[in-house]
Design a protein around this ligand. Structure first.
Ligand SMILES: [Zn+2]
Ligand SMILES: [Zn+2]
Length: 360
């Protein structure tokens, strides 16, 4: 992980970590964005600040490296990891939200995958044929790429995830959700309460980090992850059209100012997160022409964050048509909305490439 000051990223090589550095790493939790763009890379001067690389976020929990998605942003992360590999060979857990191009395309350019000393565990959609591992190797067939997956030097293994805690795959119609709405009325816009609260919330433990999953709403499916480490939690939920499953779906399209009620199980999944990184591809104005494409309105993510009492919100997976100026506007609108909902503590920012967030 790099250590960028407020002035922004630099490409200056840094010395390999010492034993003291490794000891200091034990309690830390860092998040670094390597690709924040949705759908397709968008290099160019108009996207320089937020970045043009597609989805990739690195999470460092006490020295354990967890990477979410392998969009083109993972290339530069790999270059940085390779610089330090002489002292500490790369050991990474790679979590995929799904296999659309903007989430896998950078993998063949991930330098540590070519180093026989690297250990990479891949997690993602379902086991068996069509699992993430197979799809990653599929995109390296000779028709698409000059080097085959078999020729990668690293030890690459399949990782196991537990059962998903829920799914947004099925829409919730306003008229057909009396139970959910009644529950909402009972507990307000907060977390789902009850004796069976802890059911399905176990997830799996990976090197001291608890990982829980929830299925998102996206063509072909997607997975949202919740990582918990020493009392801190980060939720990564991209390519997830929350708007399609809102409890007050129709109302949310008619009255844009009204609180958009997210399904309670998903509110519960995101509840109390120290950081929520979420699909915020569209503005309210852009969304109607793109409904059903699998992405959310930024303002809807704000409402989820408010309901789930999240501490920090990072708007992620920016639309390719959004310049830095337009993303700025989207972020400002999101901040104003949080405040209108009475949420003055929620920290809202736009995910920016090569920017690091320190959670501890
Ligand atoms: Zn995507
Ligand atoms: Zn997608």
């Amino acid at each position: 992980m790099s250590t960028h000051g407020p002035g922004g990223p630099t490409d200056t090589p840094r010395p390999a970590p010492t034993e003291g550095d490794l000891a200091a790493a034990a309690g830390r939790a860092l998040v670094e964005f390597w690709g924040t763009r949705g759908s397709i890379p968008t290099p160019g001067s108009a996207t320089q600040r937020y970045g043009g690389n597609s989805s990739c976020v690195a999470l460092d929990f006490g020295g354990e490296l967890f990477i979410c998605d392998a969009g083109t942003g993972i290339r530069a992360l790999g270059v940085e990891l390779a610089r330090n590999a002489a002292a500490a060979p790369v050991r990474a857990h790679l979590f995929f939200s799904h296999s659309h191009w903007d989430h896998i395309q950078g993998f063949p350019f991930f330098t540590p995958a070519y180093d026989p000393r690297s250990r990479i565990t891949v997690y993602g959609n379902h086991a068996g044929p069509g699992c993430m591992y197979d799809l990653l190797s599929g995109q390296m067939q000779a028709q698409y790429f000059p080097v085959s997956f078999r020729d990668l030097g690293a030890v690459i293994t399949r990782g196991e995830l537990g059962e998903a805690e829920g799914s947004l795959d099925e829409g919730v119609d306003e008229a057909e959700a009396p139970t959910a709405r009644a529950a909402m009325a009972t507990v307000g816009l907060g977390r789902l309460a009850g004796a069976d609260e802890a059911l399905h919330r176990e997830g799996v433990e990976i090197n001291g980090v608890r990982v829980r999953i929830f299925r998102g709403r996206h063509p072909g499916g997607s997975i949202a992850y919740r990582f918990e480490h020493q009392g801190l939690s980060v939720v990564y939920s991209t390519d997830n059209e929350l708007d399609a499953v809102l409890l007050n779906h129709h109302e949310s399209l008619r009255d844009l100012d009204r609180m958009r009620k997210a399904p309670l199980e998903f509110v519960d999944f995101a509840y109390g997160a120290d950081l929520l990184i979420g699909d915020a591809q569209y503005t309210d104005q852009e969304y109607p022409r793109r409904a059903g494409w699998g992405h959310a309105r930024a303002n809807t993510l704000v409402d989820l964050a408010v309901q789930a009492e999240v501490k920090r919100l990072s708007l992620y997976h920016h639309d390719p048509l959004q310049t830095d100026v337009l993303v700025d506007q989207k972020v400002e609108e999101a901040r104003a909305r949080a405040i209108r909902h009475g949420e003055t503590q929620l920290e809202v920012s736009g995910a920016r490439e090569r920017v690091q967030l320190r959670l501890r």
